[in-house]
Design a protein around this ligand. Structure first.
Ligand code: TXA
Ligand code: MG
Length: 322
């Protein structure tokens, strides 16, 4: 059963989030499906609840810029935009700091992280009470439109999440603008509540947004305009065992022995596997290269539930590089 909470239940909503449960909450744009961003299993549960067939990077929400800057490194542009538009419907993609506590799955394994401070009193109260970054995509099932009321959230996610915090209708109704500041040129990855003109008035001309029609097919769907994590070592899929020059990305209780191995989940649990995917790939890549290995061999993961998203990411990571 999904609990329906009101403003007076804010401490309850915060406690559920801190315990690793999923709680939908209102922002000024749309309702977010929140999870403790530092808890890999909670983040994995977000993808499972949404039924997303792939791991998109999620936006992390903070009560103020100071808290956000503990996880990402702002430059002068970011500080200016935050001072002008936060709290508000602008998400900034910035490099993760080395000590960033946000789980790698929340950022889909990327070196960057999208952060924002939402302009909604309930969202800010919740974020302050949680005291941790909250990863939150829009609180709809994959393929459905973003919800702007608690009823909409329940229509899609009732029974799949612990609670929804009802704050009435969202005033903005469209998602936040996603602005990539990780490169020299600032680029809008997703248009939203803050316009390109308003951003340019603060930091000068923007770079050209990536043209969705020009990219490969898998980049054309909405929200997929970012690059994907891939290890430096090539990846071999469907492996039953690791060769002498291979590190093993294992899954399940019957993994073969290998000199260098990372088991996504010894008990064969897909949520655990999702939460350990990017950290495992990174570790095998770094450790494997340090030991002179040539490849990562990945065992098959069942194509169901979160396994669909895991396999999607593994296939992308294994695809030939341009
Ligand atoms: O208004 C909003 O932004 C809402 C509320 C809940 O805050 N959230 C939302 O999240 O719309 P979601 O997950 O539905 O959309 C996140 C967008 C996606 O287009 C994703 O690709 C992009 O942000 N994104 C997140 N992190 C990124 C990163 N590190 N690099 C590039 N794009 C990123
Ligand atoms: Mg969405």
């Amino acid at each position: 059963m999904t609990e329906r909470l009101g403003p007076a239940d804010l401490p309850r909503a915060a406690a559920l989030l801190r315990a690793g449960e999923l709680v939908a909450f209102p922002t000024e744009t749309v309702y977010g499906l929140g999870a403790d961003a530092t808890n890999g299993q909670a983040v994995a549960a977000v993808f499972a609840a949404k039924g997303r067939p792939s791991f998109n990077p999620l936006i992390c929400h903070y009560p103020d810029a100071e808290a956000a800057w503990r996880d990402v490194a702002p430059d002068a542009r970011a500080e200016r935009l935050a001072a002008r538009f936060w709290p508000g419907p602008l998400s900034l993609v910035l490099p993760r700091r080395p000590g960033c506590g946000v789980d790698l799955l929340a950022g889909a394994g990327l070196e960057t992280l999208a952060v924002r401070v939402p302009a909604h009193p309930l969202a800010l109260g919740l974020l302050r009470a949680v005291g941790r970054p909250v990863a939150a995509p829009s609180a709809n099932r994959s393929g459905q439109v973003s919800p702007t009321t608690a009823e909409h959230v329940l229509e899609g996610l009732s029974g799949r999440i612990a609670a929804v915090l009802d704050g009435g209708a969202c005033p903005v109704g469209v998602e936040s603008t996603v602005l990539d500041l990780s490169g020299r040129e600032a680029r809008i990855l997703r248009p939203g509540g803050v316009t390109a003109e308003a951003i340019a008035a603060e930091i000068g001309p923007l770079g050209r947004a990536p043209d969705p029609a020009a990219g490969p097919a898998h980049l054309r769907s909405p929200g997929m305009l970012q690059s994907h994590y891939a290890p430096e070592l090539p990846l071999r899929l469907g492996a039953r065992e690791a060769g002498p020059e291979e590190a093993l990305l294992a899954f399940g209780p019957e993994a073969p022995a290998a000199p260098l191995a990372w088991n996504l989940s010894e008990r064969g649990d897909l949520a655990e596997a999702a939460s350990r995917l990017f950290s495992g790939l990174r570790w095998l890549d770094a450790e494997g290269r340090a030991r002179g290995l040539r490849r990562i061999a990945a065992m098959p993961v069942p194509e169901r539930g979160l396994g669909v998203a895991i396999n999607d990411r593994l296939r992308r990571a294994a695809a030939p590089r341009g």
